[in-house]
Design a protein around this ligand. Structure first.
Ligand code: GLU
Length: 309
């Protein structure tokens, strides 16, 4: 068996793999609720791979396979890496997986004014501040990551007002950082709800003064997803375990911005044979390649069967 056919087999047994992820209790709850409103939110910076298909199929189960409850959001804020060709292909791949949705797809790139408004709101409350430090200046402030999290520094007082004025005159744009200490003081102790009904204490403090406004694309991942999930009335956020940490930040932002908190379902990730998480970076085979491979395989098999008869 070559590598492609092994991967193809894995793809075809995806639904079986989903079984243990969606426990019997959860399945009952999905049926009782007639599905939760959820979304699949890929970034169109490459073709979808099996890990994406797995995530999308889990979301589809959470929505009880109801196209009214399943949303497709295109997280295309990073315009230097996103492309319409990937959007077209991912829509075709999702349809191939028999996943459907009725609402129009939501494009983050069309929501910049909403992100700016939220930033202005936080700025007016003195919860974010501009940081004019260059990348190399910033390295002095960074501490080594703890448990994979690099704590962002408080750089509020790092430059004198004269230096800031000079940088402004040169047209240098700042990033906007959340004043984490102030933010935590404002909301107090907060927690988010897991799909199994447990409430988990959020500890956003370990991330430090995270960036919410970026020089190039207005909003950071954290701010945009929180605003978009609220705007789309998402009831359950389904996403990979690798994003579990971010939920503490999202919970904080929901509290600061007075937004409803959805329920969270962090599903396991699919790992490649090399033990790495499937990703574009690790050159995991794309669904479209596998689809083409399957078609070729079917053609060969059909020809063979015709010849055999
Ligand atoms: N767009 C994000 C990604 O592709 C997922 C967003 C989310 O689920 O919060 O990883």
């Amino acid at each position: 068996m070559n590598k492609n056919s092994t991967i193809l087999d894995n793809t075809l047994t995806l639904l079986e793999k989903i079984e243990p992820v969606i426990s019997n209790e959860l399945k009952q709850e999905i049926i009782r609720k007639k599905g939760w409103r959820t979304r699949f939110a890929p970034s169109p910076t490459g073709f979808l791979h099996i890990g994406h298909a797995f995530a999308a199929l889990i979301g589809w189960q959470i929505a009880n396979q109801n196209p009214e409850k399943f949303l497709l959001r295109i997280d295309d804020l990073d315009f230097t890496r996103c492309s319409q060709k990937y959007v077209n292909q991912l829509i075709s791949d999702l349809k191939w997986l028999d996943i459907n949705w009725t609402a129009n797809e939501l494009y983050q790139s069309q929501r910049l004014s909403h992100y700016s408004r939220a930033l202005q709101y936080l700025f007016d409350k003195d919860l974010i501040y501009p940081c004019y430090l260059s990348r190399s200046e910033l390295t002095e402030f960074l501490s080594p990551p703890i448990e994979g999290i690099s704590k962002q520094p408080n750089t509020r007082q790092s430059l004198s007002s004269q230096v800031i004025a000079k940088r402004q005159q040169k047209g240098i744009k700042p990033v906007l950082r959340l004043d984490m200490k102030k933010a935590i003081q404002k909301v107090g102790s907060i927690s988010w709800l897991n799909i199994d009904g447990t409430s988990l204490k959020a500890e956003p403090g370990k991330f430090g003064d995270i960036i919410l406004g970026r020089r190039d694309i207005t909003a950071s991942y954290h701010l945009s997803v929180v605003l978009d999930d609220a705007q789309s009335n998402i009831e359950v956020v389904t996403r990979g375990e690798d994003l579990r940490h971010s939920t503490d930040i999202h919970c904080l932002l929901q509290n600061l911005l007075d937004l409803p908190s959805p329920i969270y379902f962090h599903h396991p990730l699919i790992f490649g044979e090399d033990g790495n998480k499937l990703s574009k970076r690790h050159k995991s085979p794309s669904l479209v390649d596998l689809r083409n491979y399957k078609e070729t395989l079917n053609k060969i098999l059909n020809t063979k069967m015709l010849n055999d008869n």
